[in-house]
Structure formats: C-alpha cells, structure tokens
Design a protein around this ligand. Structure first.
Ligand code: XCC
Ligand code: SF4
Length: 625
C-alpha cells in the first residue's frame, strides 16, 4: 500500500532543495526520497549484517533462534565478512580512481597525449623525493616515468609496503607491522579480502576486521593518496580562491553543464572545452550569453579547489539540479551517480552523458573517454550541451535562489604557504590553545537523514569550541551553503579561532577537497605528528562522517581509525548483529590502534565527545586543555 510521502520540510534544511522537491511533486517526478519511502522498512537481517550470500548452500540469515548458517558460520563471522567486503568496495573505488591518474601520467610520459601535461613540476619532484626516487640532474619526464612505475607497483604484490608509508611516523608503522595491518599493495589487499571472505577461509571475526583495516589503509595511504597527489601534478596544486555554491549557480541565460562524479580527468577537459571561443559563439548564436560549468559531488570539488568553478550541490542535490529545468547536460564519470538521473534527465531537455566504460548508464549518451582523444571528445560533449539549449522549455525553468559565496583551495601546500613556509605557526597555535584541535568532517548525504542537518550542525558546534574544521566531499557544499566557508564565519567561532583565522583571513572551516583528498588530511596529521615527534593517535584531532552512505565513506572511516584518528559516524554501519564486531569497532580498536569509532546521532553530544577527546589528548601532550 502506498504510504503518504514525508513532508518536504523534514527532508532537507535548504530552501533551494525544498523548492525543487515541491516542483518535482507538482511535475510528478519521483526522487530519492520517494523511493526511500517505498523501500522502508528495510530488511532487519540486512540492517544487522546477518545475511550471507557468499555461497549457494545459502543464502543464510542468522538470528538468536537460528544462530548458524548452513556452513556453520555464526553472526560474528557473517557480519565481519560483510563489513570487510563493504569496506573493500570503497577502497577499490578510490584506488581505481587513483590508478586512472597514473594512466594519464603514463599517457603524458609516453607522449600519447598533449591534452594533459605536468603542471606542477615542483610537486612531482617533491613526491619523487619522498618515495626515494632520484631527482637531481634528471629531466621532468625521467622523474615522471619513475614516479609512474613506482605507483603502478604500489598496486601490485611485490612491495612490503605502499610508497607513501614513507610519510607515516615510525611508531605508527611499527604498530601496524605488529598487527599485520601494514598495507602492502592496493590490489593485493583488495583481492585478499575477497579471498578471505570466500566460504571456508577467514572464520575469525577480529582477524577479518584487521584485514579490513589493512585494506582501508591501502586506500588512504595508497590509492587515494596517489589520486590526490597526481591530480595536483597534472592539474595544479590548489590555492585559496573564492567561488559560489547552491542551485543559484545555474544560470537561466547560459548553457549549463553540470559535471558529476569524482575524477578530474574528464571534468577538467569539459571545463577547458567550454571556454573555447567557437563553442561559446555557437552558444550565443542559440541565444545564450555563454557556457557555465558547475560542479556536483566530488568532481565538482576537484574543479572547485583548482579552478574555482561554482558548486551546484552535493549528493542529494544531484536530482534536484536537473529539476531546475535549466541544465543542458550532465556529464558524469563514476561513483555516487544515481541511475535515477537518467530518468529525470529524460523528463527535461537535459542530455545525460557518461564517459567511463566502467560506469555506463542505460539510456545515456556514451563517450569512451581516453587521454589520447580527451580534448576532441570534450569538445563533442560540450557541443551536444550547447545544441540542447535550443530545446530548453523556458516555461519549466525555475532557479530558486541566489548563490552564496565560499572560499576554497586549501591544499596542505597552500596552508603552509599561508603560514609563512612551515607548519610551525600551526603547531604554536595548537600549543597555545588558540586552535584546540582539528576535526575533518567528510562524506555524504543520506536520504534517511534530513539533508545536511548534521553536517552543518556538527561544524557549527565544533568551531564554537575552537576546534578547527576541515571539510571534504559532500560536506563542502553543506558548510558553504551555511555560510561557514567564508572568512566572516569566524563570528560563529570561539575566541581562539577568531584570532588565528582572523589574522590569516581564512574561514574557521577549511575546504580541503574531494573524498580522495581526505588523503591530504592524513598527510597533515602525519606531518604534525612527525613535527611533535609523537604518534598520530597522540594528536588532538578527530574525524566525522555524520550523514555517510557509501562504501567509500566506510573505507575512509576505517583508515582514519586505523591511522589513530578518533572517528564519529552519525549512524552505524550494518554490523550491529555481531557484538564482537560492534565492540571491536566502538572500543576494542582503541587498544590496538589508539582510536575507535563512535556512533552518535545527536551533533551537540558528538561535539562534546570530540571536545573531551581533545582535552585528554592535549593534557597528555602537556598542553592546556
Ligand atoms: Fe559520494 Fe564523493 Fe559521499 Fe558525496 S561524499 S556522496 S561518497 S560524492 Ni565522498
Ligand atoms: Fe550460508 Fe555459509 Fe554459504 Fe554464507 S557461506 S551463504 S553462511 S552456507
């Protein structure tokens, strides 16, 4: 029986979203919220993690009444295996994205493309030095070739550890080695997790969880970090700049192209093509004033950080952006792209264009985007968007708001430059208690949670306590729309942050990039720990993903914890069916890696938990609380 849809006011905190949800209902267009209503209540066994489909003696569902699967696996084993595979899906996503950047570097090194080039030579050489590659007296291309080989090898089976473990404090590496948690090779850990969770292999839940952590570390310090660093090398190291956010960045008088997905390899080319005079002139011939490229989700974050393009929205805005009726094309690469976007595009003149063979959408216009032909293909894609402008129905256009200002571009390099060349001033500000600590708020929206209510609330609560906030992924647009990503937001911060951020002219909430860019936060933590000669788990820092939904977010959470960072989740993963696994996640890991998860749906309480943790860590470092 069809249920009453939930009131729109309960679905999101944003006026632009509410306006588009009303328009969707008026036009009879189904959204993620409607489909969630139809899927609720969810299967209890799946929610608890106690279903197993790993072989055809099953599928099995275990419970108190019926505690063993056909093979004899109990809830602990089944939950650990499911969680292990879940995390591995996320690690695979981030890391395969990283690999795509190595392949672009390969195309550059082999002279197969002129569309991409090495923009940040200094950074390339710096990275090469860190991973032990000779740079002196060698050409950029020679160094690039070795970096490429080194990173390709990080995915394989021959190394004892992935290269960027060179950044990790030795005490932490020793801890990992003692636990057999050292990530050796990205693909190796991923494949091994699939092997371990085959019927009849790893039937000891804590042991499976250790390997899940190892796989997550291979993502954070391997695949993701490679993705971030090579994106900087190929597209430039982000520097602070102003931009705008919310659905108001879509312009009624322009050809609007939304880039969605994760990898800048496609979206950077789309942006470049959209600036070509020939295409701009054609847009003008058709009555537009120009071509506007705006971002969604993480590929939006990538372009925002480096090129300052505006952000149309985060995960739960992706459907709603199309409902403005003013989007000529949505160009996607991979990850977090709801297949419903094809259906909603079909309700308008919007062209849905996919670009990756590993992420094809039935009903989409497909381009097999390749480094060798990138610019040519980008021109064709932009041209499709421009021609679509003629089919727009002005009567159905509704852009519900004016954009809001945001500041972006905080790479570690940019932060260090702003601090005058070293991290020392930050260390001093932490020691003085002006910055009491730092928390990275990362990740997604989830239609089970009022959109961005937690993402924004937690950031606001933390900065009041003089805890610096770093945001990535879909929390970026949330913080931006709430007015937290501008220098003036120090008004909402405590006195210490007011002083430090005020003197630097930066916001109390810093945009640190996309989801793979959480690797930047890992790197910063490692650098701070090394500067203080302590472990990462000794730092007054934390991480949070209040509204997470994806396998990737679980991988990020687990690599944060395994790296020694206390990590909050707004709702639990599907592990509650096993007391062993749940206890390990929320307390047992503390003894092993010096950090745990904590689950807290109330953001005031979550901020208090961070506050307490930071007090304890500051005290242990001999600092004022
Ligand atoms: Fe996806 Fe990265 Fe989550 Fe946003 S934050 S919904 S994973 S786009 Ni990573
Ligand atoms: Fe059932 Fe065991 Fe097969 Fe899983 S592996 S489906 S628990 S028999």
């Amino acid at each position: 029986m069809a249920k009453e849809p939930r009131p729109i006011d309960e679905l999101t905190i944003w006026d632009d979203a509410k306006a588009m949800l009303r328009k969707a209902r008026a036009e009879g267009i189904q959204t993620v919220h409607d489909r969630l209503d139809r899927q609720t209540p969810h299967c209890k066994f799946c929610e608890l993690g106690t279903t197993c489909r790993n072989c055809t003696m099953g599928p099995c569902r275990v419970s108190e009444k019926n505690p063993l699967g056909v093979c004899g696996a109990d809830a602990d084993v089944i939950v650990a295996r499911n969680f292990g595979r879940f995390v591995t899906g996320g690690a695979a996503g981030h890391s395969d994205h990283g690999r795509d950047l190595i392949e672009v570097l390969e195309a550059i090194v082999e002279g197969e493309t002129k569309d991409y080039r090495i923009v940040a030579e200094d950074k390339l050489r710096a990275i090469a030095g860190e991973v032990g590659i000779q740079t002196e007296g060698r050409s950029t291309m020679e160094v690039a070739r070795d970096v490429m080989d080194c990173f390709f090898a990080d995915f394989g089976s021959r190394k004892k550890e992935v290269s960027f473990l060179a950044r990790v404090p030795q005490v932490r590496k020793d801890k990992w080695a003692g636990l057999k948690m050292t990530p050796r090779g990205v693909d190796r850990e991923i494949a091994e997790m699939m092997h371990r969770t085959h019927m009849g292999c790893d039937n000891d839940a804590p042991n499976t969880m250790i390997h899940a952590a190892r796989t997550a570390l291979a993502d954070g310090w391997g695949g993701s970090m490679i993705g971030t660093e090579l994106s900087d090398v190929i597209f430039g190291v982000p520097t602070p700049k102003m931009s705008t956010a919310n659905l108001g960045v879509i312009k009624a008088d322009k050809v609007n192209i939304l880039v969605h997905g994760h990898n800048p390899v496609v979206s950077e080319m789309i942006l470049a093509a959209s600036r070509e005079p020939e295409l701009v002139n054609r847009a003008k011939e058709l009555g537009a004033t120009g071509i506007n490229v705006a971002g969604l989700c993480c590929t939006g974050n990538e372009l925002l950080m480096r090129q300052g393009i505006p952000m149309a929205g985060n995960h739960l805005m992706t459907e709603l952006a199309i409902i403005t009726g003013a989007v000529e094309a949505i160009v996607v690469d991979y990850q977090c792209i709801m297949p419903s976007l094809v259906q909603i595009s079909g309700c308008y003149h919007t062209k849905f264009i996919d670009t990756a063979n590993k992420a094809r959408f039935t009903g989409a216009i497909h381009f097999d985007f390749q480094p060798r032909t990138a610019m040519k293909q980008a021109r064709e894609i932009v041209s499709i968007a421009v021609e679509a402008f003629a089919q727009r129905d002005p009567g159905r256009v509704d852009i519900p708001c004016e954009p809001i200002e945001i500041m972006t571009g905080f790479s570690n390099e940019a932060v260090i430059a702003a601090l005058g060349g070293s991290l020392d001033p930050m260390v001093q500000a932490i020691a003085a208690g002006d910055i009491r600590g730092a928390v990275g708020i990362v990740g997604c929206n989830n239609p089970k949670i009022k959109q961005d209510s937690m993402n924004v609330k937690l950031a606001e609560e933390l900065i009041k306590k003089d805890i610096l906030v770093l945001v990535t992924g879909c929390v970026t647009t949330a913080a931006g729309k709430a007015g937290l990503l501008v220098p003036g937001a120090i008004e909402k911060a405590g006195p210490g942050l007011q002083k430090v951020c005020g003197s630097l002219g930066i916001p109390p909430v810093l945009h640190y990039g996309s989801c793979v860019d959480n690797a930047r936060i890992l790197q910063l933590c490692a650098a701070l720990a090394n500067a203080l000669k302590v472990d990462i788990s000794d730092l007054p820092v934390g991480a949070s993903s209040p509204e997470w939904y994806s396998e990737k977010a679980a991988a990020i959470g687990l690599y944060a914890v395994a790296s020694g960072i206390y990590t909050h989740l707004g709702h639990p993963p599907n592990i509650l069916g096993s007391k062993t696994v749940t206890d390990l996640a929320v307390s047992g890991l503390e003894d092993l890696v010096g950090a745990t998860f904590f689950i807290e749906p109330d953001m005031v309480k979550a901020a208090d938990m961070f506050d307490q943790r930071i007090r304890t860590k500051r005290k242990a470092l001999g600092l004022s609380e």
